[in-house]
Write a protein that binds this ligand. Structure first.
Ligand SMILES: [Zn+2]
Length: 182
């Protein structure tokens, strides 16, 4: 019988935060405490800088990571990708997704000692159109206003849930340039 965890054989090597011990410990530890035990085991004292919150759009995967690199953050951040980025975390249309982000942020704070969230939205975002309608992003001005409002909502909720965590964010254009929000 092949037992799978998160769709992978338990013997497979996983991400650095929670999966690798499964191969040695098997399912028993996971079943006993699927979330808390890996968090305790994975602490190695390394303090990372940030969690990057960004959209799943393939056009922006490389540019967003390159932008993080220009800021000297390569290898220093965890990453949560969800359609819309911060929009996916606050838009009522995507309510079913929100908890996943906040729980992953909790995990990254505990595991990786991050102290900041960097929330990146982007122009021509399909998730923005799904959640708020085509008119909301019909002009660059409307699009900027929408993402600025979304960022403000995200910032407010983050301050309530994780007051010690700093936040910054912006809107990336199709050429990879970034407009930061206040
Ligand atoms: Zn998008």
């Amino acid at each position: 019988m092949t037992t799978r965890v998160f769709g992978r054989p338990t013997s497979a090597r996983g991400c650095a935060c929670c999966i690798p011990t499964l191969g040695r410990r098997g399912m028993l530890g996971l079943a006993a405490s699927a979330f808390l035990a890996p968090m305790a085991r994975a602490e190695d004292g390394t303090a990372y800088d940030s969690m990057l919150l960004t959209c799943i759009d393939p056009r922006f995967v490389a540019p967003v990571n390159a932008w993080m690199g220009t800021r000297g953050l390569t290898g220093k951040f965890s990453q949560f990708a969800i359609a819309g980025g911060p929009l996916g975390v606050v838009a009522p249309a995507f309510a079913a997704w929100h908890t996943a982000f906040w729980e992953n942020l909790d995990a990254s704070i505990h595991l990786h000692k991050i102290t900041r969230v960097i929330a990146v939205s982007h122009r021509d975002c399909g998730a923005a159109e799904i959640a708020y309608g085509a008119a909301a992003i019909a002009t660059p001005e409307a699009e900027t206003a929408l993402h600025r409002r979304v960022y403000a909502e995200f910032k407010t909720e983050l301050a309530q849930r994780q007051p010690a965590i700093r936040v910054e964010g912006g809107l990336m254009a199709l050429d990879g340039s970034m407009e930061m929000f206040a």
